[in-house]
Write a protein that binds this ligand. Structure first.
Ligand code: ATP
Ligand code: MG
Length: 756
């Protein structure tokens, strides 16, 4: 479908249209939330293809999530037809997997390499720590991995760290370890080096490696670099404010921006040579992934990086009401050193932000549930128009309970993921070990799963042999007969395991195009399914269901993928993220959506509840003493507020369980930052606040919300304080009706309960 220029520019404002058509090597679209950045990026791709003669294969478009990639592809298919399917529209990680699958051999990655998820990586670090006599209570694998991740995101190699801190350490050589790690940097350097050694021996990479090693490939192999530089003539990146240093370098390497190959610049269209044309879009106020190495400077310094860059600002917001934008602007304005933005909307003021202060998290959830029922019942909203957002996953529990009590269907995005469940992970470990014999972490995971009498001793003998011969655990298994001093029983059992794996591998080779059959074979032959089936534990029934689900996932993958392979299947499952659980945009799922603020990036909903607006919850307690982290929380608040299209709710609880204890929570400073006249409080003060003498330091001025009854002590928030009359007064006369309080779902109402 070739589209006319008018069609592609239809409905766009002047700046948007200019950005779509811009004809030059470097373009930055910098603009606030909801101004159409993602929309413009999509249209620009369609424009390049149908108006400038670019080929689909010349375009690399990067989105922040798989979900966003799928959506963009779908839009493009509507705009320009099925050729869009041939384009690289993906996350950085998926693009890198593709590159490494093709050319990874050149940096020592054999085809079929494994991609370790966080749990796998932590297992490996733990194994290493044990061998190096590191106290994992003091230095948790998690914290060590976080540091390793920082190195990788910054493209700092293990060689570099080792040279500086532990030049005598030899990765992969037993006995070369350092006795004590006086300096923690020495510890990090050694674990990093050993970790990379093991990954490489296991023919595996972790998530951060996908980027770092692709950069390594492009930097060390001119042929490969040249191939991609010729291939990708246009690179477009959404959410550029959240790229890290490694991704930044990757874009430059892929695009040949740093001079890569000497080709004549200037020629246009399909045959154009010279560096790729780069388009990045983003909003420095929405940079919220610093903890994963995102570097806000990438976007701030784009004009410096590309001296010939054109910057286009979009100022009209098409998503939210003016009230919502004013609130968002007021919060973000407090961040120092940012360029002020003019964001306006033609959508009008809309309704006020609705505030609610609950006594505790349960009550917060209950009020929200009542409110959702009202929105659905009286205001004509669908459940799928409504999203509940929170700072941390742990907050979802009280909200879920309230929704369940109220009979409101919901979908939780995030939490324990399918692929993290033990039984699923076990089955996947078999598949990984089948695809990649050298994958020690996965092989060791399944050596005694299901139980086959192979204990830690047997595993130790095997890994010792492997280490001594600098080979993998699988090779050790193959050389079983030459391992000395092994009890006959152990040797027999290990032999059976080896034969099992050999058989499965042969089956997988013959059925490579049918991952679902390989899954079935694994579940059957390993006894994984049989073990669960004979159990009487109801939990195990769910596990059986999950395994059958896994087989369905594989079957689905097969149907959707013309050249399906086991490796391909493993890839798609390795890169699954929280956001992939989100329903398709516009789809009426009949459920309310619950997710963290981080996951909500880029999305929009007619109604948004920002919950847990308390100091220590949001902003997060960690951020409260650190100015730069507080700025990041402010950006997160800005992201949250700007997800709302029509109605924004802000709710808080005066008491919330933290570390298993009830803690009194002060209102979030972000509530103070929103101008008073924008919020209509349905309930402003709680019983707990009254004891503290008002919820704002200046006391509170709204008569309607005063007058809490006395007669409870501060230690009694297990039993509920009496606030019934005040709250009833506060809500009566409004459309909220007092009937929602004191209804049975509240257990008889608070008013009658608290007095002793
Ligand atoms: P974010 O910063 O949250 O990622 P964004 O800048 O990427 O937001 P989009 O998601 O592209 O913004 O657009 C926000 C909303 O405005 C979408 O619903 C989009 O369809 C709509 N929109 C964008 N431009 C226009 C336009 N010119 N006319 C009508 N609607 C538009
Ligand atoms: Mg966007």
């Amino acid at each position: 479908i070739a589209r006319s220029a008018e069609e592609l520019l239809g409905g766009l404002n002047e700046q948007q249209a200019e950005a779509v058509q811009y004809d030059g090597p470097a373009l930055l679209i910098a603009a606030g939330a909801g101004s159409g950045k993602t929309r413009v990026l999509t249209r620009r791709i369609a424009w390049l293809l149908s108006q400038t003669g670019a080929w689909p294969s010349q375009i690399l478009a990067i989105t922040f999530t798989n979900k966003a990639a799928a959506e963009m592809k779908e839009r493009l298919t509507t705009l320009i037809g099925p050729v869009a399917q041939r384009m690289w529209v993906s996350t950085f990680h998926s693009a890198c997997v593709r590159i490494l699958r093709r050319d990874g051999e050149r940096i020592g990655l054999k085809s079929g390499f494994s991609i370790y998820d966080t749990a796998d990586s932590q297992r490996l670090v733990k194994i290493i720590c044990t061998e190096l006599n590191i106290d994992v209570k003091r230095y948790t694998p998690r914290s060590i991995l976080a540091r390793i991740s920082d190195y990788k995101n910054g493209l700092i190699g293990w060689q570099e760290r080792l040279k500086e801190y532990a030049p005598q350490f030899r990765p992969g050589v037993r006995g070369s370890q350092i006795g004590s790690f006086g300096d923690v940097e020495v510890l990090y350097a050694c674990v990093y080096a050993e970790y990379q050694y093991r990954l490489s021996a296991a023919n595996a990479v972790d998530f951060d490696d996908l980027i770092m090693r692709t950069v390594e490939l492009l930097r060390t192999d001119p042929m490969v670099a040249e191939y991609y530089r010729r291939k990708f003539r246009y690179i477009l990146v959404d959410e550029y404010q959240d790229t890290n240093h490694a991704q930044y370098v990757l874009v430059r390497e892929l695009g040949g921006v740093d001079g890569g190959a000497a080709r004549e610049p200037g020629a246009r269209g399909a045959g154009r040579s010279g560096p790729a044309w780069i388009t990045v879009v983003g909003d420095s106020d929405q940079s919220i992934y610093a903890f994963r190495g995102a570097d806000i400077r990438n976007i701030q310094e784009f004009e410096k990086d590309f001296p010939n860059a054109r910057t286009i600002m979009l100022e009209q917001n098409y998503r939210s009401t003016q009230t919502i934008l004013n609130a968002a602007n007021a919060v973000i304005a407090l961040n120092p050193g940012r360029k002020p933005k003019k964001l306006w909307t033609a959508l009008g003021d809309g309704s006020k932000i609705i505030g609610y202060a609950a006594d505790n998290a349960q009550q917060e959830g209950a009020w929200i549930a009542t409110e959702i029922a009202r929105l659905a019942g009286e205001e004509g909203y669908r459940y799928s128009d409504i999203a509940l957002m929170y700072r941390a996953n742990a907050q979802s529990r009280s909200l879920e309970e309230a929704l369940i009590n109220a009979g409101i269907p919901y979908q939780l995005v995030g939490g324990t993921k399918f692929y993290e469940r033990k039984e699923v992970k076990d089955a996947m470990a078999y598949l990984q070990a089948i695809a990649n014999p050298d994958d020690d972490v996965n092989l060791r995971r399944i050596i005694n799963v299901p139980k086959r009498g192979l204990g830690a001793r047997a595993e130790a003998v095997l890994t010792m042999f492997a280490a001594d011969h600098r080979t993998s655990a699988w090779s050790a298994l193959e050389a079983l007969d030459s391992i000395e001093g092994m009890p006959t029983r152990t040797a027999n059992l290990l032999g059976q395991f080896r034969d099992l794996m050999t058989g499965l591998r042969a089956f997988a080779r013959q059925n490579d195009g049918k991952p679902s059959e390989i899954v079935a074979e694994v579940l059957e032959k390993t006894g994984l399914l049989a073990e669960l089936k004979k159990s009487t534990d109801p939990q195990d029934m769910t596990r059986v269901d999950n395994l059958s689900q896994l087989q369905s996932v594989a079957a689905e993958y097969e149907q959707n993928t013309p050249d399906a392979t086991l490796n391909g299947f493993l890839e798609t499952t390795a890169l699954v993220a929280d956001s992939d659980q989100l329903p398709d945009e516009g789809e009426d799922t009949g459920t309310v959506t619950l997710m963290t603020l981080h996951t909500a990036k880029g999305l929009e909903y007619p109604v948004v509840f920002l919950t847990g607006m308390e100091q220590g919850t949001f902003p997060h307690s960690r951020a409260m003493e650190n100015e730069s982290e507080l700025e990041e929380e402010r950006r997160l608040a800005y992201v949250g507020i700007t997800r709302a299209r029509q109605i924004l709710y802000v709710t808080r609880a005066a008491v919330r369980a933290q570390w298993g204890q009830a803690a009194e929570m002060l209102p979030s400073q972000f509530l103070d930052d929103i101008p008073e006249n924008l919020i209509e409080w349905k309930r402003r003060e709680t019983g707990v606040d009254a004891l503290r003498g008002g919820w704002r330091s200046g006391g509170f001025d709204d008569d309607e919300f005063g007058g809490f009854e006395e007669g409870y002590s501060s230690s009694s928030y297990g039993s509920r304080p009496r606030w019934g009359s005040a709250a009833r007064k506060a809500t009566s006369g409004s459309s909220y009706g007092s009937s929602s309080y004191g209804s049975s779902s509240y257990g008889g109402g608070y008013g009658s309960r608290g007095s002793k």
